[in-house]
Write a protein that binds this ligand. Structure first.
Ligand code: PNW
Length: 498
């Protein structure tokens, strides 16, 4: 009954917002709002190469793939990748080719601070990012900088990495350097890319650096530090930089749309638990009340006690921490690609995040697939996720910081075209019909790149890179002209609105 009443209220609010949005956009559902950022994304380790050039320090991916080539497809790694360290001007040409008004890229912490700390500042690394930022701005492309896209300096992993609470201070000082150095020109910052996936590097081995196999423990400790680190960086910007630099600071979280297998209470509760464990673990403290979702707190505490532990595997925030964490974002970034079905049940060992959730996840094999086993094409789930977030975290604008499709690298990439067309149509319905406040959309990715442990086999690029060629040219796929038309006309073709 309570849920039903809430649903009715929400439908009414959505209808009112939709009316307002429809008026603001003169009813054109297929058009992007004025000023909407349309661009593409990348990440340092996946594109830069030059892993040890000009003073760059080793990071946890360099380290893991050099020590354990067997963890990556064909022993591939990011030593050369797209060679963007030398070819960034070609990346900007590619962005111009699709009419991008923004580029989301990440800064390699160990390229600017080889030891992770301020004892060594690598001027060559700073020059490199200055060159990219300046070239983007000369071409009317807004830089959107990710401070941390998974590539921790290995020197900081030697002292434990993210489960070590001291990482907060290291991250804050790194962020201060970035604000001081680039903040006059960079107005869009995200602190951490997908802390949920970063945390997996401390709960499993063999696919996510630093491959520390402490399930149900290391991932919560890492999450706890990352939330505090994010919030401290937000407060630093607020107190020392916002007045002069006037930018925005957010975080990029990731989630699928979780669709309950049945429309019954226990399944809807499983759906809610899954969202709270994945998105809510980060978004609830940061955007709502400074603390973990109640259902997460309760389940991890209970399981920890049942395992005979003297403390919960999920740490607690102090009252002071809750105060600075609460409300520490100007926007919420979301990386989302697909939909997953959920039902109540147990999976995973003792202890583990999976078992703590009490949720079983799987996908519908009849949904159209991709080269990535986890990526099924389910455009309607995108609109539902955007609505769920807007309802759960009211008042925070959303930026879609990643969305895209993996294939095998074909130039005639009709399936990527259809993915983007259908997902962008759902995005526009969320904006123009549902009244969800969305500020931008970054396609993943501008070009084929190192898909982490999947190597160069899975191709997410709008441009092709032939990794066996000597020039590593960026070659437009069919999707480049398709995206160019959408980005320039600010309109998605009618055929995708069925
Ligand atoms: C994102 N999953 O990661 C990353 O931010 C990118 O660096 C990456 O290249 C891109 O997605 C494409 O994979 C994810 O299995 C990878 O659910 C896999 C999953 C989620 C996020």
């Amino acid at each position: 009954m309570v849920r039903y009443a809430a649903a009715v209220l929400w439908a009414l609010a959505a209808a009112a917002a939709a009316t307002a949005a429809a008026v603001a956009n003169s009813g054109a559902v297929n058009k992007f709002p004025d000023g909407f950022l349309l661009g593409a994304a990348s990440a340092a380790y996946q594109i830069e190469g030059a892993w040890n050039e000009d003073g760059k320090g080793e990071n946890i991916w360099d380290h893991m793939f050099h020590e354990h080539p067997e963890y990556a497809h064909n022993g591939e790694n990011g030593d050369v990748a797209c060679d963007s360290y030398h070819k960034y001007a070609e990346d900007v040409e590619a962005l111009k080719g699709i009419g991008a008004t923004a580029y989301r890229f990440s800064i390699s912490w160990s390229r600017v601070l080889p030891t992770g700390d301020l004892d060594v500042i690598n001027q060559a690394g700073i020059d490199y990012y200055n060159n990219i930022i300046n070239l983007l701005l000369e071409n009317g492309i807004e830089p959107m900088v990710t401070m941390y896209h998974w590539d921790l300096p290995q020197a900081l992993q030697y002292i434990g990495g993210w489960p070590n609470p001291l990482m907060v201070d290291y991250f804050v000082e790194y962020a201060r350097l970035l604000f001081d150095t680039f903040g006059d020109r960079v107005k869009w910052w995200t602190t951490i890319n997908e802390p949920y996936i970063v945390a997996c590097g401390y709960s499993s081995s063999g696919w996510q650096a630093p491959s520390q196999n402490a399930p149900g423990i290391g991932n919560y400790l890492a999450a706890h530090t990352m939330i505090r680190a994010h919030a401290r960086v937000y407060r630093l910007y607020e107190q020392e930089y916002r007045a002069t630099q006037n930018g925005k600071v957010g975080i990029a979280l990731n989630s699928d749309w979780y669709e309950p297998a049945e429309d019954t209470d226990s399944y809807l509760e499983a759906q809610e638990r899954m969202f709270q464990f994945q998105l809510g673990l980060y978004a609830h403290p940061i955007l709502l009340d400074g603390d973990y979702p109640a259902v997460v707190r309760q389940r991890v505490d209970n399981n920890s006690a049942a395992e005979g532990r003297p403390r919960s595997r999920l740490p607690s925030f102090t009252e002071e921490e809750k105060q600075y964490i609460k409300g520490s974002a100007d926007f919420i970034g979301i990386n989302t690609y697909t939909t997953t079905i959920v039902e109540p049940g147990d999976s995973g060992g003792v202890p583990s995040f999976e078992l703590d959730t009490g949720v079983i996840r799987y996908q519908n094999e009849s949904w159209p697939g991709s080269s990535a086993s986890w990526l099924k094409v389910v455009p309607w789930g995108f609109r539902k996720l955007l609505n769920w977030m807007s309802n759960e975290y009211p008042g925070y604008p959303i930026v879609v910081t990643e969305n895209g499709y993996g294939d095998w690298g074909e130039l005639d990439d009709q399936r990527r075209i259809d993915y983007y067309g259908s997902y962008l149509a759902e995005l526009l319905k969320a904006i123009n019909e549902d009244g969800v406040n969305i500020l931008g959309y970054m396609a993943w990715s501008i070009m084929d790149n190192l898909e982490w442990a999947s190597g160069y086999e899975l191709r997410f690029g709008i441009y092709r890179v032939d990794f066996n060629s000597t020039d590593l040219a960026r070659i437009p796929k069919a999707s480049a002209s398709f995206m160019g038309d959408i980005f320039r006309n600010k309109t998605v073709p009618d055929e995708y609105f069925q």
